[in-house]
Ligand binder design. Sequence first.
Ligand code: GLP
Length: 250
Amino acid sequence: MGREVVVGKIKVIICQDKQEVSREAAAIFIQAINSNPEIVLGLATGGTPVGMYKELIEMNKKGKVNFSKVKSFNLDEYAGLDGSHPQSYRFFMNQNLFNHINIDKSNTYVPEGKFCDCEQSCRNYEEAIKKNSGIDLQLLGIGSNGHIAFNEPGSPEKSRTRKVDLTARTIDDNTRFFDNRNQVPTQAITMGIETILEAKQIILLATGANKATAVTGALKGPVGSRLPASFLQGHSACTFIVDKAAACEL
Ligand code: GLP
């Protein structure tokens, strides 16, 4: 069990390592799904949540959690990538979670990356979230520059699902998933900050020393677009689950 501290309105659980972060986060998700089998989840990609997804797969196989009525909305998708592209976030979610649990894939939503009418498709995404009465439990990672989803520094608090440009730093950070930097898309479709803040409960995961400055800024820095995760300070049910390395500047 991690050590708990409270910073403003945010509960911070500080764990020994990445594995403990994954276990703590999975336990929260399992409890939430068991108490509301029709829960609407907000899901994230990136390296950080993979361990938690592994835990969820294991617990689903053991019969400890049932996804048959769960719905999910992913935060973001690379612009220009089709869901069958190995680096697309739809592909990532299928590979790392959906293919291995008893979720109905037609209940899993990921923003459309390859489309003819982006604005319409972003509006449809927002509509689908509303039609399902909003997101009950939202999982987040954090970029080393403090981005949440693909809301890069400069993103307004009132933003909704839209197409955005990625910063050079995010492209650098995400190059590790591609063969080379030139293959990383320069734009993405992302839920907005306001979309994310409307979730009833938010869990942010961060591991590793390269996230320490972003985590400290998110929790203790001035609230503003310079560090988008700082807007979470205004949410009334937000928990950060971090390892000691990511908490080292707190
Ligand atoms: C990407 C995603 C974010 C994620 C971030 C951190 O840019 N759009 O949703 O939180 O990367 O990723 P990682 O967990 O790999 O550090």
